[in-house]
Ligand binder design. Structure first.
Ligand SMILES: Nc1ncnc2c1ncn2[C@@H]1O[C@H](COP(=O)(O)OP(=O)(O)OP(=O)(O)O)[C@@H](O)[C@H]1O
Ligand SMILES: [Mg+2]
Length: 275
């Protein structure tokens, strides 16, 4: 966060959100999903977003992804110099992979859309499939895979797309704790290799502090940025990072900031039930 007297930023941000607002028309009138989000993300930065359920995290991510428009302000990815490189790829909590395509065809889909030749796109896909440990499964269909494997396919597919920015909305949220831990380490490894700009929404404070360079805490509905924490834990990180005192101190600080917002969100839910 900019502080008084801080030197001017020299690197242009890769993501800019200024007063980003989203309202939806409903039968009961307008609902404000996102009140006003201000956020800048630098090129190559891994930013995690936490906030109570319903505060507008997914809505904000959808605006960044170009799947929806802000009703006021802006939230956008600043295009890089290569006009052919896709701006973003999104990984959702639900496995958004094509059930009728094999693992190989799913991962090759992005390059295929860009007109990459068959031989070349299969080579790209195979390389990413290997990086997520699914070499033996490239001819499998999604229905033949476990949840963790499906999410590996989603991640490989997003990376094979070679986006300028990777947007992730609770990508590990549907997985059991052990699979989730394994995939967290895989994500850390993949990020070390690619150094992509990432915006990563999660409900898990532990996960946010383990993965991110910065953790942004949103307020209860309708969302704004409440505060943020720089995560200066050394990299490369792995699960042993979670047993350090510095990690414990950071997760404690993020929870302290989030706790009141979660309580406010629960009170709002109770109010809605009564009305
Ligand atoms: N298409 C829509 N029409 C009306 N209201 C919507 C729509 N999409 C989202 N909302 C409302 O906007 C608010 C924010 O929703 P959003 O899904 O962005 O929250 P979230 O932070 O991602 O929640 P969660 O953590 O549960 O995924 C919620 O109150 C939701 O009901
Ligand atoms: Mg959501």
């Amino acid at each position: 966060m900019a502080t008084a007297g801080a030197p001017a930023r020299t690197v242009a941000p890769k993501i800019v959100a200024k007063g980003a607002q989203k309202r939806f028309p409903t039968r009961r009138g307008w609902v404000t999903a996102v009140e006003s989000v201000d956020l800048e993300v630098a090129e190559g930065e891994f930013v995690c977003v936490v906030g109570p359920s319903g505060c507008g995290k997914s809505t904000f991510l959808r605006i960044l992804a170009g799947l929806d428009h802000a009703t006021a302000g802006e939230a956008r990815i600043v295009p890089g110099s290569d006009p052919k490189q896709p701006l973003n790829a999104v990984v959702f909590q639900e496995y958004a992979i094509f059930p009728w395509k094999t693992v190989l065809a799913n991962v090759a889909f992005g390059p295929q859309m860009r007109g990459v030749t068959r031989a070349e796109r299969e080579a790209i896909a195979r390389a990413w499939i290997a990086k997520v440990g699914l070499e033996r499964f490239e001819d499998y269909y999604p229905a033949q895979l476990s949840g963790g494997m499906k999410q590996r396919v989603s991640i490989a597919r997003a990376l094979a797309h070679d986006p300028q920015v990777l947007l992730m909305d609770e990508p590990l949220g549907a997985l059991d704790a052990q699979t989730r831990a394994v995939l967290q380490e895989e994500l850390l490894r993949l990020w070390e290799e690619t150094r992509k700009t990432v915006v990563y929404v999660t409900h898990s404070i532990d996960e946010a502090v383990l993965l991110g360079d910065r953790v942004v805490v949103m307020t209860a509905h309708p969302g704004r940025v409440k505060t943020e924490f720089r995560i200066d834990l050394p990299r490369p990180r792995d699960l042993t990072t979670t047993s350090t005192p510095a990690y414990a101190a950071l997760t404690g600080a993020v929870w302290a900031a989030l706790r009141d917002e979660v309580r406010a969100a629960m009170a709002q839910d109770a109010e809605e039930v009564r009305s």
